[in-house]
Design a protein around this ligand. Sequence first.
Ligand SMILES: *Cc1c(COP(=O)(O)O)cnc(C)c1O
Length: 383
Amino acid sequence: MRRYQDTLETLAGQGRMRACHNLDTGLREGVVNFSSNDYLGLSQDERLKEAAIEAIQRYGTGSGASRLISGTRNPVVALEESLADFKRTEAALVFNTGYQANLSVLQAVLSPGDRVFCDRLNHASLVDGAQLSGARWTRYRHLDLEDLEKRLKKAPADTLKWIITDSVFSMDGDFGDLSALCDVAERYGAAVMVDEAHATGIYGEHRSSGLCEAQDVSGRVALQMGTFSKALGGFGAYVAGSETLIRYLVNRARGFIYSTALPPAVIGAAHAAIELVRNDLAPKARLWKNVRCFETCLQRAGLLQSPLQSPIVPVLIGDEAETMRISAQLSEAGYFVQGIRPPTVPSGTARLRITLTAAHTPAQMDGLAATLERLVDPSKQVR
Ligand SMILES: *Cc1c(COP(=O)(O)O)cnc(C)c1O
């Protein structure tokens, strides 16, 4: 017990102690949440709630076992068919969480002796999965395809290679050129896996299925992973790809095999969310209108460094204590903006992470930008 106590004391000494804040008791009434990934506000949508309730009434609250034992029922089969159509792949498989999907998939498709190439800023679940797989692991500079290519060149031609990347990066809100990434991958015979956690539901002109759709690479990416937990307003995750890969995952992905299937309510809400983002474009239009509006607000406040590529807006502060101080001051002023510190982000890049949703109003966004202008010294920002 001493060791755990010591670790906590070290974290406290470094100003890196983390704790969960109870939004219902910890924040004053009326504080505006700028830290949610519920981009389209779907977690509160009546149509999703109804689908979840209907699924409970019909199938109950639990799934009973893992899918291979007794957990497969019509709704999840229908959801997977719908997902494959949504992502324009042959097949899809539902996982319990995005974290579990990434761990399980990478552990399944990679073995010691294989090579895995990861963007340096990939989500922790991809990092953990790559490490767990035992494959030789290389991190290339963020979105730097030249650096990626240099590393691919060094790998023996006959080894199995996977390139793994977030589509929209969770802490930076930026993204790269997936088509150019696929060009590089194809030159070296590498397979590509894209994590669409922050893109599903908000990118793509026809189906809003993510950045692979928007950049027209669905047919060139071996696996598209994504979650129901962000813009889709629910919980859980999926992986979409070829019939062969999905059948392989059913047989080899430990997080799929050894974990109880998601409950009916979650599956019901997920299916309703897929249908909703494909057919009701209004929430998405409101979200993007808000992104452009906040861009203008930031520009007025002298804080805009480059055009916003997503609803994720990092305000880089650098110093960890300063970041948390500003986060607390914002909270006082009525805006909940979480400070993000290492090891979630690289050392020296602590930041305020603002996320915009379809539900924010121009007055709220203007107010936040004006408060940031007052609290953040632009000269101190890390660029
Ligand atoms: C949130 C997130 C995950 C994890 O998904 P959960 O369903 O929350 O476990 C995976 N990858 C990325 C890029 C994410 O942002």
